[in-house]
Design a protein around this ligand. Structure first.
Ligand SMILES: [Cu+2]
Length: 173
């Protein structure tokens, strides 16, 4: 077939249509999502009664007992569209300050680097990508991150808190 001016125009139009059709896939990277997060604890008695020999950390056998944790991080959504994600984080505790770090998780069966002397996750070695720093009782902070699909941990890394179960996993799709 000879490519006439008319068929060339038709091919170009087809290409333009294909680009237009594929656009929503790229547009999804521009989504803006707000995730509201509560940082909570169940008071001094529950925290004092926690056995630090059985830290309920990701990738450990004791993680199975996390539902009994005396403190935690609870987002209002666990499945989040990729793109710009703003975490609006409120400390609903009546006892102490908390923080929230965001850590990409490559393998949920692997324990994160942890220092038992300081009772803190090594957040640099774990690859933390952002945080809402220490937030007082009743206060709210926020952080906005551009997230690609994957699994992420939201955790409080004040001494002992991660081990006491103050973490959760969310999925970015
Ligand atoms: Cu905390």
């Amino acid at each position: 077939m000879t490519i006439t001016r008319r068929t060339a125009m038709g091919l170009m139009a087809g290409t333009a249509a294909a680009i237009a059709l594929s656009k929503p896939a790229f547009a999804q990277d521009d989504t803006k999502t707000i995730v509201q997060v509560n940082m909570w604890d169940n008071g001094a008695d529950m925290i004092g009664g926690f056995d630090m020999e059985h830290r309920v950390m990701l990738g450990t056998a004791d993680a199975a007992f996390k539902d009994d944790a005396p403190m935690g991080i609870t987002p209002n959504k666990y499945v989040i569209a990729r793109g710009d994600v703003t975490f609006v984080v409120t400390n609903t505790s009546e006892l102490m300050e908390h923080e929230m770090i965001v850590v990409p998780i490559a393998d949920v069966t692997q324990a994160l680097p942890y220092n038992t002397d300081s009772e803190r996750m090594d957040e640099d070695a774990a690859g933390a990508i952002g945080e809402v720093p220490e937030t007082a009782i009743g206060e709210t902070g926020s952080v906005t991150l551009r997230l690609q699909p994957g699994t992420y941990m939201l955790a409080c890394n004040i001494a002992g808190h991660y081990a006491m179960g103050m973490w959760t996993l969310v999925t970015v799709i």
